[in-house]
Design a protein around this ligand. Structure first.
Ligand SMILES: NC(=O)c1ccc[n+]([C@@H]2O[C@H](COP(=O)([O-])OP(=O)(O)OC[C@H]3O[C@@H](n4cnc5c(N)ncnc54)[C@H](O)[C@@H]3O)[C@@H](O)[C@H]2O)c1
Length: 254
């Protein structure tokens, strides 16, 4: 029996990394997947992988930071049973290395993008009798990490937004949870290593792998399995929670 049969799932940032793994697994479990992504090439690759495995996927090229774009896409889709707020960008630097442009860029995508998707989708879920929402937070929301000022700020906002939405829409049969991964090996991680540590890529990769007590980074597929559980009816009794998936990062780093 498919875990998401007949469900419509909207996944932001489904064109790469964690969002791609979630899109592929949700489609394999019967969901009609709608990807909202800025990157047409990445989104097309995810769609091709889903369709070649027999699943259903539509791509909507959309900047989640722009409310009008998100509202237009959601109106076109019409019904949404599952929302995964996954699109996000990185920034490496402390407070003094964070310009107002850096701050605004991270805020626009990571915080306002999630708000825009929630703002568009929650009324649709209310009308349809409920739904499941999953927000991608991060261990950076709850642990002080060196040089992650803007990024941590944005993920702390997700952590709080998750609680607010879970509380306000419980009576509408909408469940809302978040996942907080430690490092997961995706283009997001490769991108910020290449950009911020030129010439030291292998050393940084090793260092970031070892910062999880388990000794490696997570795999996107591992995040997708937790996402599937939380968005499926198996998790019907779970709302308003955050789930670290972190190789021991939060509790075993001593
Ligand atoms: N990789 C990690 O180590 C890690 C750890 C904790 C949390 N996260 C979070 O997980 C999420 C996914 O991370 P990932 O590593 O898979 O990233 P990724 O860079 O591999 O993929 C992000 C996707 O989001 C899309 N995107 C970016 N800005 C967008 C916008 N404005 N509108 C629409 N789409 C946009 C990109 O085109 C890309 O397809 C992010 O929210 C990230 O903060 C990642």
């Amino acid at each position: 029996m498919l875990k998401l049969g007949a469900k419509v799932a909207l996944i932001t940032g489904g064109g790469s990394g964690i969002g791609r793994a979630i899109s592929e697994l949700f489609a394999a479990e019967g969901a009609q997947v709608h990807i909202l992504d800025l990157n047409p090439a990445g989104a097309a690759e995810t769609k091709a992988a889903i369709e070649s495995a027999g699943g259903q996927c539509e791509v909507h090229i959309c900047n989640v930071a722009v409310q009008e774009e998100v509202l237009t896409v959601v109106a076109k889709i019409g019904r949404v049973d599952i929302l995964v707020n996954n699109a996000g960008i990185a920034h490496v630097g402390n407070l003094e290395n964070c310009s107002v442009e850096d701050f605004d860029r991270v805020f626009q995508v990571n915080v306002k993008g999630a708000y825009n998707a929630l703002f568009a989708v929650v009324p649709v879920m209310k009308t349809n009798g409920g739904g499941a929402i999953l927000n991608l937070a991060s261990i950076a929301a709850v642990v002080g990490i060196t040089d992650r000022f803007a990024y941590s700020m944005s993920k702390g906002a997700i952590y709080a937004m998750n609680l607010s939405v879970a509380r306000d829409y419980m009576a509408d049969n909408i469940r809302c949870n978040s996942i907080s991964p430690a490092r997961v090996h995706t283009p997001f991680v490769d991108g910020f290593i290449n950009k911020n540590y030129p010439g030291k890529e292998a050393e940084m990769f090793e260092k970031l792998s070892k910062s999880q007590p388990i000794g490696r980074m997570g795999k996107p597929e591992e995040i997708a399995k937790l996402a599937l559980f939380l968005c499926s009816d198996d998790a019907a009794f779970i709302t308003g929670n955050d789930y670290p998936i972190d190789g021991g990062f939060i509790k075993l780093n001593n």
